[in-house]
Design a protein around this ligand. Structure first.
Ligand code: PRP
Ligand code: ZN
Ligand code: MG
Length: 224
């Protein structure tokens, strides 16, 4: 199922979606997003844009299903750690660091929780969508804890009695605030980046990637 067209994965909706589309358009790739469609064909270049969930992008690149993807480092590193456990393909090349999608993965506890240090969470249950990044942080500090793995609504877990603390993405802090939580520890800082699959072939595709990347560099340098 190899295609001669370059496949690019973008987040369908969310933190990175608009900026990712804008970047490709600024680089001269013409396309029209149809909300109903998973795949969008570029009007002027041999490029297909796949619109998917951000969490799916690292795996699509690592498996060689798409050639490049725009993704947050948070989901990228989480997927890499997960795949290393199961000996699944986990390699990619980060071809560009981007200047949007800033956020941090943090520990947070209810406002009234007497938090002194990470050790304050010893043997407690922590709700998260990022079990592997959390495990890495807690193992480094040699702190035992229990998991509560949720794909969404992590911020309501303490109030719902599902967990004592959370480990979730924070950008403005509004979600924590609205849920009576306080941020206590930053465990990972993230921004968007462009990654490429080790499987990209043939050379014409690589040439197209190189052309796009030199345009991306131009766009970013012009802003600096
Ligand atoms: C994250 C996180 C919070 C929110 C925090 O979700 O899970 O819900 O952003 O942002 P704030 O500090 O500005 O309130 P996001 O929508 O980025 O990712 P997801 O849809 O993959 O959970
Ligand atoms: Zn997501
Ligand atoms: Mg969310």
């Amino acid at each position: 199922m190899t295609s001669n067209r370059l496949r690019v994965a973008l987040q369908k909706s969310g933190r990175l979606a608009i900026e990712s589309q804008k970047l490709l358009k600024t680089c001269g790739i013409k396309f029209n997003i149809n909300e109903q469609r998973l795949i969008v064909h570029s009007d002027n270049l041999p490029i297909d844009i796949l619109r998917v969930r951000d969490d799916d992008i690292p795996g699509l690149v690592m498996d060689g299903v798409v050639d490049i993807g725009i993704v947050g480092e948070n989901v990228l590193v989480e997927e890499q750690l997960e795949r290393q456990i199961y000996n699944k393909p986990a390699s990619y090349t980060k071809i560009r660091q981007l200047d949007f999608g800033y956020c941090r993965l943090s520990l947070a506890v209810p406002a009234e929780f007497d938090y002194q240090q990470p050790n304050s969470l010893s043997n407690l249950r922590i709700a998260t969508t990022y079990p592997n990044l959390l495990k890495q942080f807690m193992q480094n500090k040699d702190i035992a804890y229990q998991d509560c793995i949720l794909k969404g609504s992590v911020e309501v877990a303490p109030r719902a009695g599902l967990a004592d603390a959370i480990c979730d993405l924070v950008s403005t802090g509004a979600t924590l605030e609205a849920n009576g939580l306080k941020e206590t520890e930053i465990i990972f800082k993230s921004k968007a980046c462009i990654i490429q699959s080790p499987a990209t072939q043939p050379d014409e595709k690589q040439l197209l990637i190189d052309t796009i990347m030199s345009r991306v560099n131009g766009v970013i340098q012009a802003k600096e």
